[in-house]
Design a binder for this molecule. Structure first.
Ligand SMILES: Nc1ncnc2c1ncn2[C@@H]1O[C@H](COP(=O)(O)OP(=O)(O)OP(=O)(O)O)[C@@H](O)[C@H]1O
Length: 246
């Protein structure tokens, strides 16, 4: 996918479940190479918004464009393949070792074993896991933080320019979480990836986000840099949300 400044565009996006409106008429853009954070209380619609990008959820109204093309006009498999996806629960395959988990997308894309091994070694290096030590281990032998490193390596394996991350560090202890935040910032900068990142932690949002979108009841309350939001909260909800920021 190319590098137009407006990489992901939401146009009049709404989502209903059982006739209940979950997401209301969203209009916003995510820029190429941006670290874009969606934050809001539980049930506000963050995951629903995120999952509409790679069509795990289809909107009821409106359209989402990626590289100025409607995401419905992409081949679904190619769309999913070209967008990395990292969840809180790691989603590693329990019966595959770490090298196999890291290289699974490369295997599906037809890359041979030898090239795959070189690539997997590089990817594991990038996320701080020493190949010789980890390649043959099973996911259950790794800590949560290590498993999440593997999930990130896999998300990056196909050279994805877009990575969606849904509360990826929420299950980690504060020290691991901090290390993972540093890692993802480093990778974001190095590979100029566009990251859409869901969290309910304002400190994490401020630390990571180039821009932050505050979601409440399926509405976007404010989309801007942390600095602008902190200095000029648009409404009471936004300012109350920042009360926990330290
Ligand atoms: N498949 C579904 N069917 C019906 N309702 C759903 C479905 N998925 C989500 N919802 C509802 O949509 C609302 C928004 O959910 P969503 O998971 O997007 O919120 P969230 O902000 O990501 O929450 P959390 O921080 O708790 O993960 C919730 O009220 C949820 O119950």
């Amino acid at each position: 996918m190319g590098s137009e400044n407006k990489l992901i565009g939401f146009y009049n996006i709404s989502k209903k479940y059982n006739n209940q409106v979950i997401v209301h008429n969203l209009n916003f853009n995510i820029k190429s190479g941006e670290f874009f954070v969606l934050i809001g209380p539980s049930g506000s619609g963050k995951t629903t918004i995120l999952n509409m990008i790679n069509r795990l959820v289809e909107p009821t109204n409106g359209r989402i464009c990626i590289d100025l093309k409607d995401n419905k006009d992409y081949d679904l498999k190619k769309l999913r393949y070209s967008i990395g996806y990292v969840l809180q629960s790691y989603e590693l395959f329990p019966n595959m070792n770490i090298a196999q988990n890291t290289g699974i997308k490369l295997r599906y894309s037809g890359m041979g074993l030898k090239s795959r091994k070189i690539k997997v070694k590089h990817l594991l290096d990038e996320v701080g896991l020493y190949y010789e030590k980890y390649a043959n281990k099973m996911p259950s032998q790794l800590s949560g933080g290590e498993q999440q490193r593997v999930a990130i390596a896999r998300a990056l394996s196909t050279g994805n320019s877009i990575v969606l991350m849904d509360e990826p560090f929420s299950a980690l202890d504060p020290i691991s979480r901090n290390k993972m935040q540093e890692l993802i910032l480093k990778l974001h900068k190095k590979y100029k990836i566009t990251i859409v990142f869901v969290t309910h932690d304002m400190n994490e949002a401020v630390k990571l986000g180039d821009r932050i979108a505050i979601v409440y009841n399926g509405n976007l309350q404010q989309v801007n840099t942390a600095e602008v939001i902190i200095n000029n909260p648009k409404n009471k909800f936004v300012s109350s949300f920042f009360e926990n920021y330290y």
